[in-house]
Design a protein around this ligand. Structure first.
Ligand SMILES: NC(=O)c1ccc[n+]([C@@H]2O[C@H](COP(=O)([O-])OP(=O)(O)OC[C@H]3O[C@@H](n4cnc5c(N)ncnc54)[C@H](OP(=O)(O)O)[C@@H]3O)[C@@H](O)[C@H]2O)c1
Length: 312
């Protein structure tokens, strides 16, 4: 039975939820969703569409100027990122020049259609929100977006109303909300419980696991796709393991680097749809993408991963 204020479960959404359930019942190793190309994908519950579990964040990394020396590495990153199409790229008008840089580079590469493009609205008032989203479309050089999220819940009532209209008009395919701090979880939880949302984005990492308590189970229950931000805690996790070797048993689930260890922990949670590590470096992108193929840790291995990190 659908919950108050949640849209009724339509047949395609029901199938999608069943697929998510099947992955869960398969025992936290969602390889049932691994396609022929080897990528692990998760279902977006409201539509049944599948997303590769590793996306790309763009805060700081894509906020550069016009100089070729700054843009060329990012072009290489975007080209590699779309070799297998359909991955989620997350940006925001808050990230300086990032939207313009992405728009320019995807126009040069001709790969806009190979991206699941997500941005945000981050302002107060209806007219200002519309103006900002139209600016985003222009800067990203696209006529429609795959996802628009309300950044840090700013003026969410107003912006959610506009986003619903944009979705009806086909200017955006999905809508959602974001935050990056655990202190915002009670607000996110209230919204997830009362508003029909397609996506929610929040912080979750092997070191900060608060989302496991309520938000991740709630997202699975309500059929809301989850994007995980700050998967490396803005690189702080690498500082925590500096000079430390990966445990030999990490090979059992295909981890060859600390980045893959951190990311595989996140995407092995069955309620996570996608993690969005940020990088502007090709070798880091290659590293991160490897977390989205091969086996994932099971519940025992996940506990062992946490214990190991705590023991360092
Ligand atoms: N409120 C919100 O909506 C919100 C808030 C925060 C974040 N976000 C989104 O989430 C994304 C990710 O979060 P974040 O940018 O805060 O931090 P993050 O992804 O946890 O960490 C990014 C840092 O990790 C480094 N890194 C990436 N891959 C690496 C690898 N394989 N090995 C070593 N270092 C690596 C990056 O450096 P290099 O560039 O040198 O690779 C960068 O310094 C953001 O970019 C943004 O899209 C949204």
């Amino acid at each position: 039975m659908s919950k108050p204020n949640q849209k009724p479960v339509n047949p395609s959404r029901r199938r999608a939820l069943q697929a998510l359930g099947a992955a869960t019942l398969a025992g936290w190793v969602p390889n049932a969703l691994t396609a022929e190309d080897g990528l692990i994908r998760r279902v977006i519950p409201c539509s049944g569409e599948r997303l590769p579990v590793i996306g790309l964040g763009t805060a700081w990394a894509f906020d550069v100027g016009d100089a070729g020396a700054e843009r060329e590495p990012l072009k290489e990153v975007l080209q590699r990122f779309t070799v297998q199409p359909g991955r989620l790229l997350d940006t925001s008008p808050m990230y300086g020049n990032a939207e313009s840089v992405i728009g320019d580079l995807t126009a040069q590469l001709g790969n806009r259609r190979s991206l699941f493009l997500a941005t945000k609205v981050w302002t107060r008032g209806r007219e200002e929100g519309v103006r900002q989203m139209e600016d985003s479309l222009r800067r990203l050089r696209t006529e429609s977006l795959d996802l628009i999220q309300i950044h840090n819940l700013v003026d969410w009532r107003t912006q959610l109303g506009t986003l619903r209209q944009w979705k009806e008009q086909g200017r955006v395919r999905y809508l959602g909300v974001t935050h990056y701090q655990t202190s915002a979880f009670p607000d996110l939880e209230r919204l997830m419980g009362t508003e029909p949302l397609d996506f929610v984005q929040f912080n979750y990492s092997i070191a900060t696991r608060d989302a496991e308590q309520r938000l991740l189970p709630l997202a699975a229950d309500r059929g809301i796709a989850v994007i995980v931000n700050r998967p490396f805690e803005k690189a702080a996790l690498f500082g925590r393991v500096r000079g430390q070797k990966l445990p030999a048993w990490a090979e059992e689930f295909g981890c060859r680097s600390w980045a893959q260890f951190f990311l595989k922990y996140i995407v092995s949670h069955p309620a996570v749809t996608c993690a969005i590590p940020a990088t502007g470096k090709l070798h880091h992108l290659e590293d991160n993408l490897q977390a989205g193929v091969g086996p994932l840790p099971d519940p025992d291995q996940r506990r062992r991963m946490v214990d190991y990190l705590l023991s360092l």
